[in-house]
Design a protein around this ligand. Structure first.
Ligand code: ASP
Length: 331
């Protein structure tokens, strides 16, 4: 058996010890944050539909709502927008013409709820919140999720709009399903989840993520957005992260959990998002032809993002300003 000295000698010979100071220097973000070093309240969210959502989250917190109220009500805006082709009402259907929704939510107490493959309900995020708060479970799927929603007063409605139905019928003519291969020509054609993270003035954090998933997906396909740790993760001691893009790449690397764990080890939100993207590059061969974007915020209210391909942007609302930022990309 190796004793400690021999073990260290071996590491040293292998050049591993030169890497250690970097790791040792990393100090976790302290849980106890004082008023003078925290940039709160703050909200960050994916894509340009994040601007009105961020504004809503801020308003809810300013009116005295909880940070969970804030993230829920914020993402309800794109969910209810029929012109938004990737979330809720007017979301792009699967290849059989059904709009199927995925959503997740996490609160500062570490509680989490989600729904996946949910049909006919305009606000899956509110059903996810109910799963979180009113059941001993984390996730409900498909018919069971719908039944739960209806039992709790949600109403069924047709989420396929005349516009999305027309586009689907057009797509059916060729039925060409190769999500995001034409990334440069058609950057956002197949996706655009909203993932949103908020921190209230006390430094408590919550997150929400909601989507109709990949356009023209195989019926029954569920993406990363409702998977706690993949599409969304919040640890109120450290920070939160959420993802958009080709969910399969995020699921294979448990991306949002990875970002939060990297922040726990001392990485900035920006660096953590970058390393999570690099993990995808290392581990998932189709990274060259797919898009993934991460956003993150730590307990100091510092934010960051990183994506695979150019073209991802995100909205940050902080210190009285609500603005779009272009993410840096691996390629
Ligand atoms: N991440 C979503 C999914 O894979 C897609 C998106 O970001 O719009 O379902």
């Amino acid at each position: 058996m190796l004793n400690r000295r021999k073990f260290l000698e071996k590491l040293s010979a292998a050049g591993v010890l030169t890497l250690l100071p970097e790791v040792v220097k990393s100090v976790p973000v302290p849980a106890g944050i004082t008023d003078d070093n925290i940039a709160a309240p703050a909200v960050i969210s994916t894509w340009s539909h994040g601007i009105p959502a961020n504004k809503k989250a801020m308003e809810v917190m300013q009116m005295g709502g909880s940070v969970v109220d804030a993230v829920e009500q914020a993402v309800m805006i794109p969910e209810a927008d029929p012109m938004n082709r990737s979330v809720g009402l007017g979301g792009t259907p699967d290849r059989d013409g059904h709009v199927t929704l995925d959503a997740s939510i996490m609160g500062p107490d570490g509680n989490a709820g989600s729904v996946c493959f949910l049909e006919h309900i305009i606000h899956p995020i509110s059903v996810a919140r109910l799963v979180m708060e009113k059941t001993p479970h984390v996730m409900l799927a498909g018919e069971g999720a719908l039944q739960f929603a209806l039992e709790n007063g949600f109403e069924e409605q047709n989420l396929l709009t005349p516009e999305t139905e027309k586009a689907w019928k057009e797509w059916l003519k060729e039925s060409d399903y190769n999500p995001e291969v034409n990334w440069e020509d058609k950057p956002n054609e197949f996706h655009d989840t909203i993932g949103l993270l908020a921190m209230d003035k006390n430094g408590d954090m919550a997150g929400a993520c909601t989507t109709s998933g990949l356009g023209y997906k195989i019926r029954g396909r569920v993406g990363d957005s409702p998977i706690i740790g993949a599409g969304l993760f919040v640890d109120n001691e450290i920070g939160g992260a959420t993802a958009t893009g080709m969910g399969e790449l995020v699921m294979k690397t448990l991306g949002s959990f990875l970002v939060v764990e990297l922040m726990r080890q001392g990485r900035s939100p920006q660096q953590a998002c970058k390393e999570a993207v690099e993990r995808i590059v290392q581990k998932v061969p189709e990274n060259k032809i797919r898009q993934v974007g991460f956003i993150a915020m730590n307990k100091r209210g510092e934010t960051g993002a990183f994506c695979l391909q150019p073209g991802f942007n995100y909205a940050v609302h902080q210190k009285g300003e609500n603005k779009m930022i272009d993410s840096r990309s691996y390629y």
